[in-house]
Ligand binder design. Structure first.
Ligand SMILES: NC(=O)c1ccc[n+]([C@@H]2O[C@H](COP(=O)([O-])OP(=O)(O)OC[C@H]3O[C@@H](n4cnc5c(N)ncnc54)[C@H](OP(=O)(O)O)[C@@H]3O)[C@@H](O)[C@H]2O)c1
Length: 179
């Protein structure tokens, strides 16, 4: 993976946005080693390798990691996924220190924005009432937060929750919850 990361970086680099991820349901009961490793590899290890290469080659700029509002609590239904996002959150803060002062590292944690694969707008509408602002967000809300971080020059190690306040609800996606 590190060799591949190296070949991606060929021109001038100013920003790196680690957005790609895999999301799937796996509970504490049925999560297995391979699933955990796969989520960690794509959602946390790949961003880390890319960030390290970015720091080495660009030397300055901005990195933004896309997290998930679920990091504010537990998500028993997506264990490997939430483990990987917690790992990326940790890496956000550690690389913010390690890559300073010429590179800032921040994160955006979206909430209800787009439905997961196989679900539609009705999924978002059904869950909107569980969000303090009583609606779901739009992709534009996420890009606005990303642009804010890209324009700023004195913010690093931060997470912006773009979730209508969902992280404040001591989010705990337990066995009886469906979001
Ligand atoms: N949707 C939401 O409401 C929501 C909520 C919270 C957090 N987020 C976070 O926001 C980000 C974007 O979410 P999304 O809903 O747009 O996700 P998505 O629709 O599932 O898209 C994920 C992207 O990751 C890419 N990807 C997956 N595995 C990859 C791999 N091994 N190598 C390269 N690319 C890979 C996919 O590429 P392919 O299409 O080529 O497979 C796809 O473009 C993710 O980090 C997600 O965790 C989203």
């Amino acid at each position: 993976m590190e060799e591949k990361a190296g070949s991606i970086f060929s021109g001038r680099l100013d920003i790196l946005i680690n957005n790609a991820s895999v999301f799937s349901p796996d509970t504490l009961t049925d999560a297995n080693f391979n699933e955990v490793v796969r989520r960690l590899q794509i959602n946390a290890w790949a961003p880390f390798v890319l960030s390290r290469e970015f720091a080495r080659r660009a030397g300055k700029g901005k990195i933004i990691n896309i997290l998930d509002t679920r990091i504010a609590g537990f998500d028993f239904k997506h264990l490997p996924y939430i483990m990987s996002k917690h790992a990326l959150y940790l890496l956000t803060r550690m690389t913010a220190v390690e890559f300073a002062p010429h590179i800032s590292v921040n994160s955006v944690a979206p909430g209800l924005i787009l439905p997961p694969g196989g679900k539609g707008e009705s999924y978002l509408e059904a869950l909107a009432s569980t969000v303090p602002l009583r609606r779901h967000g739009e992709p534009r809300d996420v890009t606005d937060a990303v642009l804010f971080l890209l324009k700023g020059n004195f913010i690093t190690g931060q997470v912006i929750f773009v979730d209508g306040g969902r992280h404040l609800m001591e989010y705990c996606d337990g066995p009886d919850s469906d979001h």
